[in-house]
Design a protein around this ligand. Structure first.
Ligand SMILES: CC(C)(COP(=O)(O)OP(=O)(O)OC[C@H]1O[C@@H](n2cnc3c(N)ncnc32)[C@H](O)[C@@H]1O)[C@@H](O)C(=O)NCCC(=O)NCCS
Ligand SMILES: Nc1ncnc2c1ncn2[C@@H]1O[C@H](COP(=O)(O)OP(=O)(O)OP(=O)(O)O)[C@@H](O)[C@H]1O
Length: 317
């Protein structure tokens, strides 16, 4: 039996017996596992959004809402195509990668999405919102910080706030071709996803996440929580998808109908299901699709899952 000393002369053994080396390897493995877990939660949150019904104007397992060009299977192919992206952007977050690197990962993810959907834009806003949150969550974890909503939002703004602000006024040189959101921003002075990101996703942290918790604390189920959070988002968010399809009139209708639903008690109202389905039919009649609210709901579902997993109390609405 060779002595431990002779074995320890081997390079591999020398490293392996050095405590901080094993600690570093353990920590790296733990971070990789966390990034994979984040990615699973992000994909699961996109699925949670897809299967919600009633979801006014939007695609679900029940119908295609205001869309002729996509259905639930389009979204399923799309969310599955993003499974590696969320790992990649989380790992970039652990390194504190610059926004330019996150942006390239986002663009690659959009290309994977478009290949999976034969060119249909199913999750462009979600790639941005959930991608940035995964990067911020992973950065918090790498720094040994808590994963509280406050810490995640502060980390996102500290690490990438300036770049996200610059991202609200894109220039052709940065490869920002025209988009529906940019055209809406120019025509209606509505900031959309870019402004939401630059402000640290206030609609997720200050509206949707507290609403999820308020409905759950009232004793209602997860479907009710997601419905109330979606209506709360539609009541407040300036959704460029809605402006793009329905202009100012469409945006006013979405906000007015959503505020009325919440003022009537949301899913606490005994007739909530009939009211929500009537809203769905009205939005479909007007071809309205609050896709931005749907993306933000998925982001809130991700943050809620993290809070539950880490026993963080979510502030109520
Ligand atoms: C910022 C994004 C969403 C582009 O926004 P823009 O308004 O220019 O584009 P577009 O109209 O195609 O997409 C907007 C999407 O955001 C969603 N959305 C609309 N309004 C809002 C809102 N108020 N809040 C959040 N999301 C919204 C919609 O569902 C829509 O799909 C993003 O896709 C982008 O910049 N992509 C390039 C790659 C990148 O920079 N990624 C960043 C790292 S992930
Ligand atoms: N369940 C959903 N149903 C429809 N849209 C959704 C859903 N979930 C998220 N979205 C968001 O809404 C966007 C799709 O809306 P929309 O089709 O209006 O956008 P667009 O492709 O930019 O515009 P258009 O299709 O009118 O040319 C998706 O990119 C996605 O970000």
């Amino acid at each position: 039996m060779p002595s431990l000393i002779s074995l320890s002369n081997q390079p591999a053994m020398r490293l392996a017996t050095v405590p901080h080396y094993t600690e570093r390897r353990r920590r790296q493995r733990s971070l990789r596992d966390f990034c994979r877990k984040l990615a699973r939660e992000a994909v699961r949150s996109l699925y949670q959004e897809l299967v919600l019904y009633p979801k006014p104007g939007l695609v679900s397992l029940v119908d295609n809402g205001s869309h002729d060009d996509m259905d639930a299977s389009t979204f399923m192919r799309s969310l599955f195509s993003l499974r590696h992206y969320f790992v990649e952007i989380a790992e970039a977050g652990t390194r504190g990668a610059p926004f330019s690197e996150l942006k390239q990962l986002g663009i690659k993810a959009e290309q994977r999405m478009l290949r999976a959907t034969c060119g249909i834009n199913t999750h462009r806003g979600a790639i941005f919102g959930l991608g940035m949150l995964c990067a911020a969550l992973a950065s918090c974890r790498a720094q040994g910080m808590t994963l509280s909503p406050q810490a995640v939002r502060a980390t996102l703004l500290i690490q990438w706030g300036d770049a996200l602000t610059a991202h609200t006024s894109p220039s052709p040189s940065t490869g920002d071709a025209g988009s529906n959101g940019l055209r809406v921003a120019a025509h209606h002075a509505v900031g959309g996803a870019r402004e939401e990101g630059a402000l640290g996703f206030p609609s997720v942290f200050d509206i949707a996440l507290p609403q999820l918790q308020t409905t759950l604390d009232a004793g209602r189920d997860w479907q009710c929580a997601k419905v109330d959070a979606l209506f709360a988002l539609m009541a407040h968010v300036s959704d460029t998808n809605v402006y793009h399809r329905g202009g100012n009139a469409g945006a006013s209708m979405v906000q007015a109908r959503s505020r009325a639903f919440m003022a009537d008690g949301g899913t606490g109202n005994i007739n909530w299901q009939a009211q929500a389905e009537a809203c769905h039919r009205e939005f479909v009649r007007h071809r309205l699709s609050p896709g931005g609210a749907a993306d933000l709901l998925a982001a809130a579902c991700l943050m809620h899952a993290i809070c539950v997993d880490n026993d963080f109390a979510v502030l109520k609405a």
